[in-house]
Design a protein around this ligand. Structure first.
Ligand code: PHE
Length: 476
């Protein structure tokens, strides 16, 4: 065990760094798109329920495992289980998943960088046109941004945990949050926003379907950076003076608030700019929703601050979202990176270079999946739909696999590592933990109930996504 491991400098540093990992494209793009697609308020309700009831205990288990073992996920699994084969699979899944997430995440982060540059160079008007996004993602200029981003990510990764992540997150996250709230308030004052607010906040229970449940759980896992060992790795850098339960609650609160406001911004905006929107059309929403509506929102700020002011605001916002994505991207890559360093004893630079090389090939395959190369654009077909290479990566690594990883983590923490060890670890740095409601809930749910829910949702998601039917089809 490596006792010399770097530690986060302060409690706030840890929370902001973990929140920096958690807050990203998942909150600012994924959440509003999923909420729009899955029935608005019905989705929000299921999502919030999952965060509190399912995700928080899993988050605490991950952080505890990490702090206890002071290792990356692969090492954590093998050090606790004595290297048993089955748990190696869990460890590998916890490495491959973040690696593949990093691949598609890079594609989206490139778009954010490009939107920042677009806004700052006076292109806001053009960006607000409906066809702009579709044309942009098929243009060669994405490669220029990709190369720039590869250097930025490589540099940040190579400069180390504390310096790299903590410094960025501390200043930028709060600023982003304030800007998000200001924008939201602005949109809510525009005509017809009320229709969107109703769609987002007044639940229609009949809209809760197995698909909405799958989407909400997958989204919650993704947004909180769960089920891929991120928090095992983060936990390994947490000091023994900190309360894990307290930290986890704060991170979940910050993450969910950002997602909530992003939804409160984008959903009403849909109805402001297209008053004729019929909510049933929204079920086919995709990421282009956010990339089209954000420029429209900024453009309408013109009436208050003029075109220059609107462009500056837009550029600042995209820059901050870009940084949020960057901190997440760095944290995602941290997992396979720590594993390369700890298990293969490679230097940091060598690990960055070898992982980066493999990732770049896959990122390019995703980037050309939007029409540039037919092979990757029409990569395959399942669940009654044509899928590009990018779609496959998203379907598997955003929508499907995380609950399975969560299931493995729960079983591992509770049945191998054992409840008593989890309790002991969670009591370190937290004298109120023993006997608290949190302890009772975590102890009572994490052994059977939560893993059972995760497994069922995972199987159902596979059925829906890949085979076009739901388990509940057999119940009626
Ligand atoms: N949670 C981050 C987001 O919402 C993404 C992420 C996923 C980060 C997985 C780390 C691990 O954008």
């Amino acid at each position: 065990m490596d006792n010399q491991r770097e530690q986060f400098g302060s409690k706030l540093g840890f929370i902001l760094a973990a929140a920096g990992s958690a807050v990203g494209i998942g909150n600012l793009v994924g959440f509003p798109v999923n909420a729009a697609k899955s029935g608005g308020a019905a989705f929000l309700m299921v999502y919030a329920f999952f965060v509190v009831v399912i995700c928080l205990p899993v988050m605490m288990a991950e952080m505890s495992l990490g702090r206890h073992t002071k290792r990356n996920p692969l090492g954590a699994y093998s050090s606790v289980s004595g290297g048993q084969f089955l748990w190696k699979i869990g460890g590998w899944l916890a490495l491959i998943t973040p690696f593949m997430i990093a691949v598609f995440y890079q594609v989206l982060t490139v778009w954010l960088l490009a939107y920042f540059v677009g806004a700052i160079s006076g292109n806001l008007q053009a960006m607000a046109a409906p066809a702009y996004f579709g044309n942009f993602i098929q243009s060669n200029s994405v490669f220029v941004y990709l190369v720039v981003l590869i250097f930025i990510v490589g540099y940040v990764l190579n400069s180390g945990v504390q310096k790299g992540i903590e410094r960025l997150a501390k200043i930028l996250m709060p600023t982003l949050f304030v800007m998000l709230m200001l924008l939201t308030i602005f949109v809510l004052t525009l005509p017809n926003a009320l229709v969107g607010i109703k769609y987002y906040l007044v639940p229609d229970i009949s809209k809760i379907s197995p698909e909405v449940i799958s989407n909400a759980l997958g989204q919650a896992f993704f947004s909180l950076s769960l089920g891929m060992g991120i928090l095992i790795t983060y936990g390994s850098y947490v000091s023994r003076k900190e309360s894990i339960a307290g930290g986890a609650k704060m991170v979940a609160l910050v993450d969910t608030s950002v997602a909530f406001f992003a939804g409160l911004l984008i959903l009403p905006a849909i109805f402001v700019f297209n008053p004729a929107t019929d909510t049933s059309e929204l079920s086919s929403s995709s990421v282009s929703l956010v990339f089209t509506f954000l420029p429209k929102i900024f453009l309408s700020l013109q009436s208050i601050v003029g075109y220059l002011g609107a462009s500056i605001f837009a550029a600042t916002f995209f820059l901050l979202v870009f940084f949020a994505a960057l901190t997440s991207q760095v944290s995602i890559l941290q997992v396979p990176l720590s594993a390369f360093q700890d298990e293969l004893k490679l230097s940091r630079l060598k690990s960055v270079l070898s992982l980066g090389g493999c990732a770049i090939l896959l990122v390019v395959a995703c980037t050309v999946s939007f029409g540039m190369v037919d092979y990757f654009t029409n990569f395959t077909n399942y669940g009654n739909a044509n899928k590009s290479f990018f779609d496959v990566v998203i379907d598997v690594f955003y929508d499907t696999i995380l609950p399975l990883n969560g299931f493995i983590i729960c079983v591992f923490a509770m049945h191998y590592w054992k409840k008593a060890n989890l309790n002991a670890e969670m009591s370190i740095g937290d004298e109120n933990f023993q006997g608290s409601f949190t302890q009772k809930y975590v102890n009572g749910s994490l052994s059977y109930v939560i893993p059972a829910v995760l497994l069922i949702v995972f199987i159902n998601t596979v059925c829906i996504k890949f085979f076009g039917f739901s388990l509940t089809d057999y119940l009626s």
